[in-house]
Write a protein that binds this ligand. Sequence first.
Ligand SMILES: [Mg+2]
Length: 333
Amino acid sequence: MKLGDIGEFGFIDRIAPVGMVRPEGVIKGIGDDCAVMSLSGPEYLLVTTDLLVESVHFILDWAPAEIIGAKALTVNLSDIAACGGVPRDAFISIAIPPHIDLDWLDGLYRGLSDAARASSVNVLGGDTTRSKGHLVINVAVTGLVRPQEVLFRHTAAAGDIVVLTGPTGRSGAGCDLLLRGERRDDSSARSLIAAHLEPRAHLREARILAESGAATAAIDVSDGLSSDLAHLCKDSGLGAILREESIPVSPDLVRAGMELGKDPLDWVLHGGEDYVLLAAVKPEELTLIMETAARKGCTFFPIGEFVAGAGIELIRADGTRLPITPRGWDHFR
Ligand SMILES: [Mg+2]
């Protein structure tokens, strides 16, 4: 059997049981955005790690080193956000091939440390080694969250509202524009390309969700709205209904769709790398949390609801129902 037969998530399910030898203090191991541990303090410790490989996760020609460095940290901060936490410290390991020069590396670390400083995150260690092939960057980030505020994937309830903390699809469209040869500085669709290269971790939105007590579960949208919603549904034992007319689609996404001959809804549902949060919110708390978010300069989008059962359905603007098959990112398929 090959990895492609079981996919990334089949592989994770296969290796998950092997690691646990001492369950005390482990609140959540493999299978959420962060591992969650209870030490002796009043807060839970969150740990997340992400591996980025040249030409799998980033193309060196697409952006200056600073931008790649900042994104390497941001994708980890996004996982801390998905658990409702506040990030603390980062550890950066890098395997460097001969085609990378020192100026470029300086830029990478400048981007990383600027992004870390902006979120009050220390860089406390890591490792460096030579690579015979591609550049490989691994970032690990720790965070803290109060036990009553931690957000998991498996705790949504039927009737909860599906809430996005920002639009999806923009990063996927930006990636397709880059693949077509458009570049960061001279594209009319600059903001879509920026959405792909310079995402923002929704740490502020995470704290609004966690502090309010209104959110019952959350995940960050890294693989695509359909896939990440499917992860949340599967772990919570639920299905979901999305309403097309409630899903945000920006005018520049529609324009890019016409230009590239693609239905913008495709990017919105399956694009990936948005790094917004997808949360389950108690219906009776929705109005209050929308108002709180707006007061703090954030916009939350209620786009559907969780239901008993399984599977995701989209109610189109004309009332027809369309089953949605998750087909976001899976590394091994
Ligand atoms: Mg995640």
